[in-house]
Design a protein around this ligand. Structure first.
Ligand code: G4P
Length: 532
């Protein structure tokens, strides 16, 4: 198969949700539905690939690399699905945001009893920034849920996203009976199977018209369903694939991830509508270009770095999202800034395993083991001429001053913090005055992880204290002299990030607003796109 046809069958997506909405349960059940794992949790043995796998295990042992499953690849219906794991819960970090930059589509999981929650909203905003199409899965229908129409209204109001239900549920909680497929008219039956493991696979369908359901559903549930279907088909627009692909409309599937209901239907919705790898904007020799998945120059960008868990090895794995061409093991890729790398042991990630990738195509994600040369936002290509746009840094929500307990070790601490910041999970700012090290993170947990890692990997005891600033904003101005002047006047409230880019360090959001008002030509931004 040509690399063009291979790219066309890739579907790269992520799942976004608020903690506890059921992302983990849904991930596992999608893998079950896709046949990537077995119910017992066993990967199907694939003899031919044994050898490459053991190759990898040897490398893992020799170099001490250990990588969690950040990408899960599985084949279903002649398509190759790459499910990108967005760390949830307290792990929520810049990584979570940036993983979305590598996805072509997202599944938004909502808890049917809760609707849109704060983290769903934040993640949704990132999807919106990049016009990533979203499929909505309303989970936990086996529990008492809000009225489905209320849930859709909330999506419409809070996210400004048109909703197009592909299914409509029949009640919820104890009375949950299933859902009607609004496209075919069939009814997908929820098989309760008390005390038994759920049935894996698509729901049993009752064909025919609503009347065929009389006697099969509780009278009240039936009446509610008929009324609900009449209302939504009258009120809501029909699913429009173009509006979905533009990020303006979301198809909605209901279900219960825990009971494996609606999961195969969700996977089929992904199969039918999730877009193939997108065209990516980039720069080549000063020109803005569109990189097509069909282009023959192999290219991709690094959206995540994972450090080694073993403190004796400093190796890292960079996650490279491929955007074009046919990647082959052993290939030499270059960055526009002159970095060069022979990729001998590219990893691909299966549901519960990893293998050496012999080939990979646009849409795929490969892990590139390296000694720290690669940074988040780096673009790699065969030609070395491509720099992708839009791998953003996000302004941290928490700033702390880092101090090492042994003052003689301040330099060592700076090195440690720099190398952790290079992984892209946290940020390090250097105020214009003084020698403070200001660390920024999206969540509190990042600081706790850092304390442990700095101790384990660098043997230093770090303390994070309240910082004199609470907000960081990047600054940009078309007139460099104006920016210089501002920085000069505001030395005590400015600094630089790891790349030397100017940052405004403010006490609060009000200060930022004030500075913006007084300096209209300067842009104070909460995201920094990697400059071209
Ligand atoms: P997350 O990754 O989004 O944080 O959510 P996770 O899948 O861990 O699910 C959070 C809780 O919700 C879990 O219960 C899980 O079993 C439950 N859950 C997920 N999907 C459904 C569903 O469709 N129906 C029902 N009734 N529950 C669901 P827990 O008690 O926190 O954990 P556990 O002890 O069951 O593992």
């Amino acid at each position: 198969m040509s690399h063009i046809a291979e790219a066309a069958r890739r579907r790269t997506f992520a799942i976004i949700s608020h903690p506890d909405a059921g992302k983990t349960t849904l991930t596992e059940n999608l893998l079950l539905a896709g046949g990537a794992i077995r119910a017992a949790g066993e990967v199907a043995a694939r003899g031919a690939q044994r050898r490459t796998r053991s190759d990898w295990m040897k490398i893992e042992r020799d170099r001490g690399i250990s990588v969690s499953a950040s990408v899960m690849t599985f084949e279903y219906s002649d398509l190759v699905f790459n499910l990108l794991d967005t760390p949830g819960h307290e792990d929520f970090s810049e990584d979570t945001y940036r993983t979305l930059t590598a996805a072509d589509c997202a599944v938004m999981v909502l808890d049917a009893a809760k609707g849109i929650e704060p983290q769903t909203l934040k993640l949704f905003e990132v999807c919106r920034m990049r016009d990533i199409p979203i499929i909505t899965f309303i989970n936990k229908m086996d529990r008492e849920a809000l009225e489905p129409i209320e849930l859709l209204d909330e999506v419409q109001d809070k996210l400004q996203l048109d909703t197009a239900p592909l299914y409509w549920p029949a009640a919820s909680g104890q009375r949950f009976a299933g859902m009607k497929d609004l496209t075919t008219g069939e009814f997908c039956q929820f098989d309760r199977r008390p005390g038994e493991p759920p049935h894996i696979g698509p729901a049993t369908r009752i064909p025919g018209s609503d009347e065929d359901l009389i006697g099969k559903l509780d009278d009240h549930v039936y009446a509610e369903l008929v009324e609900g279907v009449e209302m939504v088909t009258g009120l809501l627009p029909k699913f429009d694939e173009e509006a979905f692909k533009a990020g303006n409309m979301t198809p909605v599937v209901f279900g219960s991830a825990l009971r494996h209901f609606g999961v195969a239907e969700l996977l089929n919705t992904l199969r039918d509508f999730a877009p193939a790898p997108r065209v990516q904007k980039a720069e080549r020799k000063g020109q803005v270009i569109s990189v097509q998945p069909s282009d023959s120059d192999v290219s991709g960008f690094v959206f995540k770095i994972q450090a080694n868990m073993d403190p004796n090895h400093r190796d890292r794995v960079a996650f490279l999202r491929l955007c074009s061409g046919e990647f082959k093991r052993g290939m030499r890729l270059k960055s526009a800034t002159g970095k060069q790398l022979n990729i001998h042991n590219p990893l691909m990630f299966l549901a519960q395993d990893r293998e050496i990738a012999e080939t990979a195509y646009a849409g795929d994600v490969i892990g590139v083991p390296n000694h720290g040369q690669l940074r988040v936002g780096d673009s790699l290509s065969e030609s070395g001429e491509i720099q992708f746009a839009g791998i953003p840094n996000f302004a941290p929500e928490l700033l702390r001053r880092a101090r090492v307990k042994d003052p003689m070790k301040a330099k060592h601490l700076r090195k440690a913090l720099e190398s952790l910041a290079e992984e892209g999970v946290t940020q390090l700012f250097k105020p214009a005055i003084g020698s403070d090290m200001i660390v920024g993170a999206v969540g509190q947990l990042q600081f706790e992880v850092m304390i442990e890692r700095v101790a384990a990997e660098y043997g230093l005891e770090v303390v994070f204290e309240m910082a004199p600033y609470n907000v960081a904003r990047w600054m940009a101005c078309d007139d460099p002299a104006k920016l210089e002047e501002f920085l000069d006047r505001n030395k005590s409230a400015s600094g630089t990030d790891l790349d030397g880019a100017p940052v405004y360090l403010a006490k609060n959001a009000w200060d930022v607003g004030y500075a913006q008002e007084k300096n209209p030509s300067i842009r104070f931004t909460a995201t920094k796109e990697r400059s071209l």
